[in-house]
Design a protein around this ligand. Structure first.
Ligand code: NAD
Length: 256
């Protein structure tokens, strides 16, 4: 379905981003990976799926590097047809203890980076009259939790930005939507499980159960594979007129 298209997925060396990159590659899209840590492993996983893969190591907190990454992607593949704004970090602390530099980092990586990548991707998408912008927000783009002030602000922000971009592209073949996952067991969440286990003297299993039990009625993690399939749907012709939605896949979290 996506043969001949190019997808750039930010923060795709791990977790949800890698799951989405692989789901789009299974549909035939060439992939530009981005993110820190091991690069060769994710690159090999994606190229096994029979598509072309490139990597750019832009730090998503730096607008100049985002600009370089967008130029690199269109230089390599001609155009970015699908942009998945996924890179993100978390910091957990009460407002009065929240280090201002962590606030700045969360807002830069989880929110401003998506603005920069989107503004740079849109002209070519509009010229081709086809494009998909998929913002990986969070159930925290819809509801709040204590001790996550920067994350919740950034994720509510990205849901708002999704709606603006959807309105500005409404009469074109470009769509912009957000995905709002509940808990997904990636390194970002394992750190929160570890912190709970250490603070309370719980086993990993007990801390995991308590973490799910607090928020997620299904008591199940959403998987990167499931989120990848939702991204594939947004890229399909059936989703041509799905615009500006914030679609939660959260085990019932936001239904409470
Ligand atoms: P993860 O830690 O597994 O992956 C994050 C990715 O972002 C990695 O590839 C990392 O290298 C990259 N990254 C981090 N900082 C970066 C930077 N400055 N520049 C470039 N890349 C950077 O996390 P994840 O759980 O897969 O999270 C991915 C997205 O999904 C985030 O936006 C997160 O907020 C969102 N999300 C996660 C969950 C969850 O439960 N895991 C739930 C809802 C939303």
């Amino acid at each position: 379905m996506l043969k001949g298209k190019t997808a750039l997925v930010t923060g795709s060396t791990s977790g949800i981003g890698l799951g989405i990159a692989k789901a789009l590659a299974r549909q035939g899209a060439d992939i530009v990976l981005n993110g820190f840590g091991d690069v060769e492993g994710p690159k090999a996983e994606v190229s096994k799926l029979g598509v072309k893969v490139a990597y750019h190591g832009a730090d998503m907190s730096k607008p100049a590097e985002i600009d370089e990454m967008m130029k690199f992607a269109s230089g390599r593949f001609g155009r970015v047809d699908i942009l998945v704004n996924n890179a993100g970090i978390q910091h957990v602390a009460r407002v009065e203890d929240f280090p201002p530099e962590r606030w700045d980092a969360v807002i830069a990586i989880n929110l401003s980076s998506a603005f920069h990548a989107t503004r740079l991707a849109l002209p070519a998408m509009k010229a081709a009259n086809w494009g998909r912008i998929i913002n990986i927000a969070s159930v925290h783009g819809l509801v709040a939790s204590a001790e996550k002030v920067a994350y919740v602000a950034a994720k509510h922000g990205i849901v708002g930005m999704t709606k603006v971009v959807a309105l500005e592209t409404a009469t074109t073949g470009v769509t912009c939507n957000a995905i709002c996952p509940g808990w997904v067991l990636t390194p970002l969440v394992q750190k929160q499980v570890d912190a709970k286990a250490a603070a309370n003297g719980w086993s990993n299993e007990e801390a995991t159960k308590r973490l799910l039990g607090e928020k997620e009625p299904s008591m199940q993690f959403t998987t990167p594979e499931e989120l990848g399939e939702l991204a594939v749907f947004f890229c399909s012709p059936a989703a041509n007129n799905v615009r500006g939605v914030a679609w939660n896949m959260d085990g019932g979290w936001a239904a409470q």
